[in-house]
Structure formats: C-alpha cells, structure tokens
Design a binder for this molecule. Structure first.
Ligand code: ATP
Ligand code: MG
Length: 580
C-alpha cells in the first residue's frame, strides 16, 4: 500500500524532521565528519535493511532512529530496503507491516521502497565475473563437508577437491545451477579466498546456494539465491550507500564485506560497514524467530499484543514514536553493549505522555460510597456539575484543551483500597471519623460501612460537607490530608481495562541458551471492569490518558469503540515498578 506512495507525508512533520537542531554526537558522527572533511563523500546515504521475516521490534526502532537520524543530521538520505534474499521465511504481510512501522516512527525514506531481490540480476552477473576472474568456483561437496573442512579458530581449513577446477567448468556449472538443472544441495558457488585465513569467514565462503523455492516477489524466476554476506555489500554498493551501519555481531563479516566490494568494483561511492552495539532490553526477547514462536504458540494474542516488544505491540500498548526516539537518545549509540533496563523504556513513555496525555478519573476496583445526608443538604436526586482541567500543565505555548465535565451525586464509586474500617498507621484516606476530598468535588466525612453476610464491604457511608466544592470560594475552609479519585454512579461508564505486567519473569529470558518460554509470566494480563468518567468513554481509539493516580492508559486501537464500548490498556504506571 505504501509501496506506491513512498515519500511518506506523515514523516515530514514529525520527529526526525522536527528537531534538526538536535545534533547528535557519537562515534558514527565522528566518522561522517571525517569523511566529509576529507572529501571522501559529499552526501551521506544510509539504509535501513530489514529482512521481511517478521514484524519489527524495539531493537529495529533503534536502527531506524540511527540510520534515518544520521542521514537527516547531515542533509543526506536514507533508503528503506527489504533484504529479501531468503525466499523461505519471507512474506508480503511482513513487507507491508515493516513499511507501516517505519513510517509510523517517522522514517522518511528516499524514493521507492527498495528490495534486495531487485538486484538479483546484477548480483548474478557479478558472480559470473568472480568466476571468470578465478575468484569463485562451483563446489560439489555437501554442505556438511564444506562445514567440516572449513576448520576452526585453531585448525586451518582443508581445500575442496573442486577448488582448482578450470574456470570454464565452474562457469558452465554455475550457469546450469541457475538454469535449474540441479537439485537443492547438489553444489554451491564459493568465493576463492584463503582456506588458511585467520578469519574463518574468509575460508572460501558460500556465494550462492540452490533453493527451488517460490519467492514473494520474483516468483519462480530464480532457483539459486545469494548468501547474505555476498548480497548485502552489493545491495549497498548498487544503491550508493556511503555508511552501512549494522550491529556488532557483524564485525568479523566486515573483512568479507570489503573483499566482495574490492572484487566486484570499482564502486563510487564505495560503502563502508560500521558496527554499533545492539539494543538488548531486560525482560524481553527480540529475535524474530522467538517472537514468531510466541505468536504461533498463542502465548500472546498476535504480533500486536500489547505485551510484545514489536513496534505494533508497543504502539497498541500506548507507546508513541516520540517515546521510542527518546529511548534511542537515552540509550545512545556506541560500541559498548550491555543490557538496558526496561524501566528506561517506561521512563521515556512517562516523560513523553506527562505533557500530552489528558487526565481522567477511573475507578479500577470499585466499591460504592453513599453520602447519606446528600438529599437533605443538596436536594433529593440532585446532580452537581463539576469540572477539572484536562491537562493541568500544558507545554509552553500550547493552548490548553477544554476542561472535563462530570457530575457528582449521592452515590459515587471509589477504589476499594481507599476505605479501611480500622486504618493502619499513617492511613490518611477514608475511615470512620476521617475527612477526605473527593478530587474535584466535595469534602466528605466517613461514617462507616455496610457489609454483606460474608463480611465483604458493599457500601461505604459518608456525609458530604456542604460549601466545600473544589474551585468555589469556601472550598478549603475544611482542611483534609488526602484527596481520592472517584466517579459518580450517575454518569460513570463501565470499561474493560487490561492491566499488563511484564511478559517474562526472568530479566534475561533467553540468555545462555535458556528456554524463554519457561519464564513467561502467567499473570502478565489481568482484565478488570473499571468505571470511568464520561470524557474517557468518549476517547478515540489510540488516544492516551493519565488515569489520575493509576498511570497512563490508551484506548485500545482494535477493540475500543468510542462512546459505546470503552477498552483501555495500561501503558505504564506512574512510578517505576521494576526495582521492586
Ligand atoms: P532478528 O535477530 O530479530 O531477526 P535481525 O538483525 O536479523 O534481527 P534484520 O531484519 O536483519 O533483523 O535487521 C534489520 C536492521 O535492524 C539491521 O541493520 C540490524 O542490525 C538492526 N537491528 C536488529 N536488531 C537490533 C537491535 N536489537 N538493536 C539495534 N539494531 C538492531
Ligand atoms: Mg536477520
């Protein structure tokens, strides 16, 4: 869908382009500065190259912020390239979702969305050139033999018996591989580098393998597919990428990256690979394969389950693009890895929503409070209008949104935990004889409670103190030590509220080969029926709120129906709960 309208208008006004002044400085900007100063490049061209074999996750968000951000900082461009060289695991659904996620994050890619498969023809031609130049050969060993003969860190490799076959013979065999004459696994094309090389990856790495598989874009046109280490540098070079940024695991591949470019060029510009430390987030798994397993095994409701670290999951959870960019800023770009605490991510959301999310009152665990003198002092059936600011501290220069309106009557819902028959030490909320303020309403004095035959409290009793309505002249004549949240029985609306907790109980669920499934938190989702004030029931899907004192919540993008069926997800609590 976005494929045909690539320069994404949404991105224009947002994020990266919002803050050209935010000059980042890290080891990559040092490299770019030096390249520009030395005249090696005049324009910075980066790329974000996801493989379309799953949905993007929070780690990709970092790579997106980095690649698009670097290009923007230097007035260059960033390409969105789908690295679709493996036909077996890839899917068009993923292709679509990736484009949406990148666009949502404000990634404004240059030109069309690009596909590695667009370059299959060029890659093949360059491979023929390597064969002709004596730099590649067709090997008839099995993949197991090749692996065994590669040696390891301490043992040099053993040359293939086919390594010195005549160029003409390799060329003919390679053409027959392409023509589909051989079954999968019969032979491969290998680079002819050095079987005794200190870097094992340089010991005649594979370039092409046979795979009779349907590709989501090229269909059945190809039955040989290039290996990542060969394809990636060529994709970069063909697109004129100047700075090819990847994560540290690819450090040892860099030598091979350079070898392939040196033997297929000259390329201008000549791309260079740079590595940074990937984002590893506590209590999270990030491998797409593992995320897929959670989805397939129905451990979560889908890729966009609000507990998932996917972009779609985070979005449904209430995360904003701005909060994810803030996360990138705070975690920085460096070569030093390590785990990032989940609380850092949550802090970013809290800080972003603080000045944006409208306020509202919701009672998550309701018990009814009855003001027994209401009819006498306020009038039978009287409902008193109240109002409160929707955003108490709007950012500077931002027009505050209209106030919220609701009413108060004889009966209101309060949180069960706000009443104690026998108050623990220091308890300041409702207990017989104590006064509190119903936030934005009146001061009340607690007189007792009613219980059912099992001893469960069904009603809390109180009297209203007249002339104490918030915002009226006499309102603070009566001093109280606490204000509690509430929703009037007369206009409260039932809402489904999904209280999420961490998905895993282990801070490093898949470290050291652990089975991450074993540390799934059985209580990561609790659904409650809450009672919310009318302004919340009128939320638009995806709108974020601060439920006063509880935390930030978002109207669910999928299940919430404005006005008639409110559904909210807990995005993040008001305080850090990870240290507990
Ligand atoms: P996975 O292991 O989840 O499948 P991947 O690295 O294979 O991840 P790609 O689709 O190849 O996924 O990644 C696209 C880009 O995103 C790459 O440039 C990769 O370096 C980057 N990336 C992936 N994971 C992270 C991460 N955790 N932190 C930073 N960048 C990442
Ligand atoms: Mg990958």
């Amino acid at each position: 869908m976005l494929r045909d309208s690539p320069p994404n208008p949404w991105a224009q006004s947002r994020l990266m382009s919002d803050r050209p002044a935010a000059r980042r400085s890290n080891f990559l900007t040092d490299i770019v500065d030096a390249d520009l100063a030395a005249g090696r490049h005049t324009k910075v061209v980066t790329r974000f190259p996801p493989e379309p074999n799953g949905y993007l996750h929070i780690g990709h968000a970092k790579s997106i912020a980095l690649n698009f951000g670097l290009a923007q900082q230097y007035g260059g461009v960033c390409h969105l390239r789908l690295d679709d060289t493996n036909p077996v695991t890839e899917d068009t659904d993923y292709v679509e979702s990736i484009q949406h996620d990148v666009a949502w994050l404000g990634g404004n890619w240059d030109g069309e969305v690009r596909y590695a498969s667009n370059y299959f023809g060029q890659m093949y031609a360059l491979a023929e050139r390597l064969v002709t130049d004596g730099k590649a050969y067709v090997d008839g060993q099995t993949v197991e033999e090749i692996r065994k003969n590669r040696g390891d860190f301490t043992t040099p490799g053993v040359a293939s018996p086919y390594r010195d076959r005549p160029i003409e013979e390799s060329l003919e065999l390679f053409r027959r591989m392409k023509a589909g004459e051989f079954a999968d696994g019969t032979c491969v094309l290998r680079a002819r580098i050095d079987m005794g090389h200190a870097n094992v990856l340089m010991r005649d790495p594979l370039i092409y393998r046979i795979r009779h598989a349907h590709h989501h874009r090229t269909g059945d046109e190809w039955c040989i597919y290039p290996m990542y280490d060969y394809a990636h540098p060529l994709e970069d070079a063909i697109e004129g990428i100047t700075h090819s940024i990847c994560t540290l695991e690819f450090e040892t591949n860099r030598e091979l990256y350079d070898w392939f470019l040196d033997h297929t060029g000259p390329w201008n510009p000549r791309p260079r690979q740079y590595e940074f430390a990937r984002l590893a987030l506590g209590y999270t798994v990030m491998s797409k394969r593992k995320l897929l397993q959670l989805v397939v095994d129905k451990r979560v409701s889908g890729w966009d389950d609000p507990r998932m670290p996917t972009i779609v999951g985070l979005r449904r959870r209430g995360y904003t693009p701005e909060s994810l960019h803030l996360m990138h800023e705070r975690t920085g770009t460096s070569k030093a890895g390590g785990w990032t605490d989940y609380s850092v991510l949550e802090g970013c959301l809290r800080d972003d929503l603080e000045t944006k999310a409208l306020r509202g009152m919701a009672v998550l665990n309701p018990v009814k409070l009855i003001m027994t003198n209401w009819d006498d002092v306020m009038g039978a059936g009287h409902l008193e209008p109240c109002s409160q600011p929707a955003l108490p501290h709007p950012p500077e220069g931002v027009e505050p949104p209209p106030a919220r309106h609701f009413t108060i009557g004889k009966e209101v819902w309060i949180e069960r935990e706000d009443f104690e028959e026998v108050p623990p030490k220091g308890y300041k909320r409702l207990f017989p004889g104590n006064k509190v303020r119903l936030k934005g309403g009146y001061v009340i004095e607690c007189t007792g409670c009613i219980k059912d035959i099992d001893g469960v409290i069904t009603d809390v009793l109180a009297t209203v103190v007249p002339d104490t309505k918030s915002g009226t002249p006499g309102s603070d004549a009566v001093k109280v030590k606490a204000a509690i949240t509430w929703v009037a029985v007369a206009n409260g609306v039932n809402a489904e509220v999904r209280m999420y907790d961490r998905l895993f109980l282990d801070p490093h669920p898949d470290a050291g080969g652990k089975d991450f499934i074993e540390s799934l938190n059985p209580n990561s989702l609790k659904v409650v029926t809450a009672i919310v004030e009318p302004s919340l029931a009128n939320a638009l899907p995806d709108q974020k709120f601060q439920f006063e004192r509880h935390g930030y919540f978002v109207a669910d993008r999928v299940d919430h129906v404005q006005g008639s069926k409110p559904v909210f997800n807990l995005a993040v609590g008001l305080k850090d709960s990870w240290g507990k």
